[in-house]
Ligand binder design. Structure first.
Ligand code: NAP
Length: 266
């Protein structure tokens, strides 16, 4: 069982993504998160095993961010020798220090943040960099961050860039000016669906965050993972749903479910 035959194009970026990506918030941060249960950060060996399992299942996309605590700096050494087998997505704009988030969308911070991600992830390029919006999406897009990412793309440090926002207006503007958007879309929350529709008609890429409503979806209902992934993967603009997990059984179950859905759509 593998996602390999079902890779999808991320808009017109030339990147081909597994339809499920691996979210790595829980690799590095367990404070100020909205998951249903508390958890301990996994050991290096547990992450190493999870990465190997994800690769074996055909997952090629890892989603991290400076705001995910130690996620980036833990991934760097663990990915040593396997850079080519992954597409790495990280973010700029949000910092999480001493239990609190703060935001900086200036050119100087954007440049420094990308350079720091390159160092932490021990690589000389990033496949995708997304703006981690604070929710004031249009204001953020008027700031220096997007032009700076465009410049970094021209310099070859990043292959594509986009926006992880919270509004329809922001998502659409972000797609007009960039390569892709990361959108919340799940059985409980579909208000940003117009962003997906816009992406489809303009050949732009969509990544889904919180496909399982940060795990809250899994607490009730009949086969919530199947229902949740069915909704998300059915939209043709969606290149990949980034599902966060540190539980090997869940990773296997999610991929299994996604493959079954994709087979049935053929
Ligand atoms: P999610 O993927 O909707 O849900 C993750 C939660 O669901 C985890 O607590 C996980 O627990 C649980 N889970 C996963 N598979 C399961 C299964 N088969 N059965 C039962 N429970 C299951 O939510 P998310 O982590 O908030 O979002 C996904 C990713 O999107 C993040 O990791 C991150 O990379 C990205 N994200 C980005 C932003 C942004 O602003 N850019 C915001 C939020 C998230 P276990 O670990 O026990 O499996």
């Amino acid at each position: 069982m593998s996602l390999l035959p079902y890779y999808r194009e991320l808009g017109d970026t030339g990147l081909r993504l597994s339809p499920l990506g691996l979210g790595t918030v829980k690799f590095g941060r367990n404070q100020g998160v909205k998951y249903p249960n508390q958890f301990a950060l996994p050991s290096d060996q547990a992450i190493r095993n999870l990465l190997a399992q994800a690769h074996d299942l055909g997952v090629n996309l890892l989603d991290t961010a400076p705001a995910y605590g130690t996620s980036e700096e833990r991934l760097g050494p663990l990915l040593k020798g396997q850079r080519q087998q992954w597409l790495i997505c990280t973010k700029v704009g949000e910092e999480f220090d001493n239990g609190e988030s703060h935001f900086d969308f200036s050119a100087r911070h954007t440049q420094a943040s990308v350079e720091r991600s390159l160092r932490r992830l021990q690589t000389d390029y990033l496949d995708l960099v997304l703006v981690h919006s604070d929710g004031n999406d249009l204001q953020v897009l008027d700031d220096e961050v997007y032009p700076t990412l465009q410049k970094l793309k021209q310099q070859g440090l990043i292959r594509a860039f986009g926006f992880s926002g919270k509004t329809v207006e922001g998502g659409i503007r972000a797609l007009e000016q960039g390569d892709c958007a990361m959108v919340t879309y799940n059985l409980k929350e579909q208000s940003e669906r117009p962003v997906l529709d816009f992406a489809l008609s303009h050949n732009k890429g969509i990544l889904i965050k919180k496909a399982l409503a940060s795990g809250h979806l899994c607490l009730a209902g009949e086969d919530p993972v199947q229902q949740g992934l069915k909704l998300v993967l059915a939209h043709p603009a969606v290149a990949s749903a980034i599902v966060g997990t540190i539980t090997p059984l869940h990773l296997e179950q999610n991929v299994h479910t996604a493959v079954a859905l994709l087979v049935s759509q053929e």
